[in-house]
Design a protein around this ligand. Structure first.
Ligand code: GTP
Length: 602
């Protein structure tokens, strides 16, 4: 075990693509934790989708040993963090296990929105922040300008900022020295009588059960001791402790200040809660460690298997998925239109998209998703307060006193010339600009309040397109605000289809209703009878379209010939029909659901 003063625990925070993973790789090479020949790029990103999209989703800890210029060997524990706004939660839990943070800023891009949001998180946690200006090898790197922005926008002294190229390795040696010199060693309570370790993540291993990632704060953990989770009360015997190199490597013990993993005999992931404190059963600690911001899904939607026979397989897949993604929640629900499915909670839209993609890919499941929704707080006339994340559960309007919706505080960084368009976008989305600050001669930062509901579907895409890809955005929750929210229903052939209902601000209901009807008209193929499509607000029809009757004769273009050809075409048509959902007498293809989701967003 390392003495405390030779341990340094840190994370890397950065805006997406500013080089966090590349720097982590470089540190692994420089400290010989990984040899050049076994190296694959971005060694810490091991999920398929992470590699493919080049984004980090889960935090990956790794222990490195570094012999500094003073001749002493230090243990450096790096906890990688994700860089997308959806995963702020993962960032904050990584930070809880560290004393310092490397704040990486791309010299060619300068400070971006996420740099600001993550720096706020690190400052709130009291971490020692080391500013690192990366990509100095690029011909368009503006090192001085970036240093100035770090000082002006983030209020961090940049005079000792490190200038590096994670790609070529330039300056990385100095960075390692700075980590040792500037990040304080972990503190422990010398009078603590028992072990306390913070759980900052957990993964499920088919053979060993739940593997808990911990940062030891007081005392130590050894195999064969009995431990208890103070929050959930779960007890188990420690089978193995170890560190990440980055592969798990068993150790004799984990001592104060160290970061590693513990394997017990826990089979149920729900028995280990991230943020909990591990202590010894024999001599338990009295006070748990302060946890961190609890996990809270922000976006909800229903997932339904396209074919009902897949339900059981779907349930098992969700269960497996949630084993390794504690931020994803689900519970069974049923919809009159879609049958049995699950209401799922996500940290944000990217998270939703990635989960859907993983289900499709890893479990080979075709699923429909309903309109994403936030949690509305509904205050009833009788004084009751309901949290509603599903339009189906919205009480009758006559019982409602008022509805409140979640608000976010967003930081948007853009070029001066785009400020007009972006302000208009914010206004269109019912937002309010709180302040504008200029970053340098060409860029500004807007701080604004927006309803979370309004940024759910395509805010990022629109922001990127009106700013030609230059604007960046990050946000933090900013409470609730009273709002005129209404429920918009959709009737197909006179029957309400609950899967198409949504909760929306009154000022947007008409336009959205029209768009949905239009989208459905285009997406649903003609039937043998006409199908009216209606958007209804409070029992009043606000938009209507009709699909004209038609019969599609798929064999029409055949003249005589072999009967097997005709059969083949009919079979093909049957296959296609299977993929449709039947609503009463109306068949709705998969693409109609997608069309409805996208309707009325622009
Ligand atoms: P996320 O994992 O999505 O948060 O991104 P990241 O911040 O980890 O960025 P990543 O390390 O994937 O780097 C983004 C891109 O920048 C990659 O194409 C890297 O090759 C490139 N890059 C990183 N560091 C440097 C550098 O020092 N110089 C140059 N020229 N390119 C770099």
């Amino acid at each position: 075990m390392m003495p405390l003063d030779r341990i340094r625990n840190f994370c890397i925070i950065a805006h997406i693509d500013h080089g966090k993973s590349t720097l982590a790789d470089r540190l692994l090479l420089k400290t010989r934790t990984v040899e050049e020949r076994q190296f694959r790029d971005q060694i810490l990103d091991d999920m398929d989708i992470e590699r493919e999209r080049g984004i980090t989703i889960k935090c990956h800890p790794v222990t490195m040993h570094y012999t500094a210029r003073d001749g002493i060997t230090y243990e450096l524990n790096l906890i990688d963090t994700p860089g997308h706004v959806d995963f702020t939660y993962e960032v904050s839990r990584s930070m809880a296990a560290c004393e310092g943070a490397l704040l990486v800023v791309d010299a060619a891009q300068g400070v971006e929105a996420q740099t600001v949001a993550n720096t706020h998180l690190a400052m709130d946690r009291g971490l020692e922040i080391i500013p690192v200006i990366n990509k100095i090898d690029l011909p368009n790197a503006d090192v001085e300008g970036t240093a100035r922005q770090i000082e002006e926008i983030l209020a961090i002294d940049a005079s000792e900022a490190l200038r590096i190229s994670a790609k070529t390795g330039e300056g990385v040696g100095e960075l390692l020295e700075a980590i040792v010199a500037r990040i304080p060693p972990p503190k422990t309570n010398p009078t603590a009588r028992s072990t306390r370790a913070l759980v900052f993540d957990s993964v499920y291993d088919e053979f060993r059960g739940v593997v808990t990632y911990v940062r030891i704060v007081d005392g130590m953990l050894r195999p064969s001791e009995r431990i208890r989770m103070m929050g959930t009360g779960t007890e188990t015997e420690v089978k193995e402790v170890g560190i990440f190199t980055p592969k798990p490597k068993p150790a004799d013990a984990l001592g104060a200040g160290e970061v590693g993993y513990v394997v017990g005999t826990i089979r149920k992931p729900s028995e280990v809660r991230v943020g909990d404190t591990v202590t010894l059963t024999k001599s338990p600690a009295t006070e748990p460690l302060p946890g961190f911001r609890p996990l809270r899904p922000m976006v909800f939607c229903g997932f339904y298997p396209v074919s009902a026979e897949d339900y059981e397989r779907f349930r098992q897949s969700l269960e497996k998925l949630s084993l390794n993604d504690s931020s994803f929640t689900y519970h069974p629900e049923s919809s009159a239109a879609l049958g049995f499915g699950f209401r799922c909670g996500f940290l944000g839209l990217l998270h939703l998209e990635i989960t859907q993609e993983r289900l499709r890919r890893e479990f080979d499941l075709d699923i429909l998703s309903t309109h994403p929704a936030v949690i509305y707080r509904v205050l009833l006339r009788n004084g009751e307060v309901l949290d509603v994340d599903n339009p189906v559960r919205m009480p009758d309007p006559t019982r409602i006193d008022h509805i409140e919706e979640p608000i976010i505080r967003a930081f948007i960084i853009c070029k001066n010339e785009h400020i007009g368009d972006i302000m208009k976008l914010i206004m269109d989305r019912r937002g309010e600009v709180q302040k504008t600050e200029s970053l340098d001669t060409t860029r500004v930062m807007l701080t604004c309040f927006l309803p979370l509901n309004e940024i759910l579907v395509d805010f990022h895409d629109t922001l990127k397109s009106i700013s030609s890809g230059y604007a960046s955005m990050d946000y933090e929750p900013a409470g609730y605000q009273s709002s005129d929210i209404v429920k918009l229903d959709v009737l197909l052939n006179g029957e309400p289809v609950d899967a198409f209902s949504c909760l929306i601000h009154r000022s947007k209901a008409h336009a959205k209703g029209r768009e949905i009807c239009k989208a459905l008209k285009e997406a649903i193929p003609p039937h043998l009878f006409p199908i009216p499509i209606q958007a209804v607000l409070n029992r009043t029809v606000i938009a209507r379209e009709t699909i004209r009757a038609l019969r599609k004769d798929v064999t029409a273009k055949l003249y005589g010939g072999d009967v097997t050809r005709k059969r083949k075409l009919l079979e093909k048509q049957k296959e296609g029909k299977k993929r449709m959902k039947q609503f009463g007498t109306v068949s709705v293809p998969h693409k109609a659901f997608v069309a409805v989701l996208k309707a009325g967003q622009s």
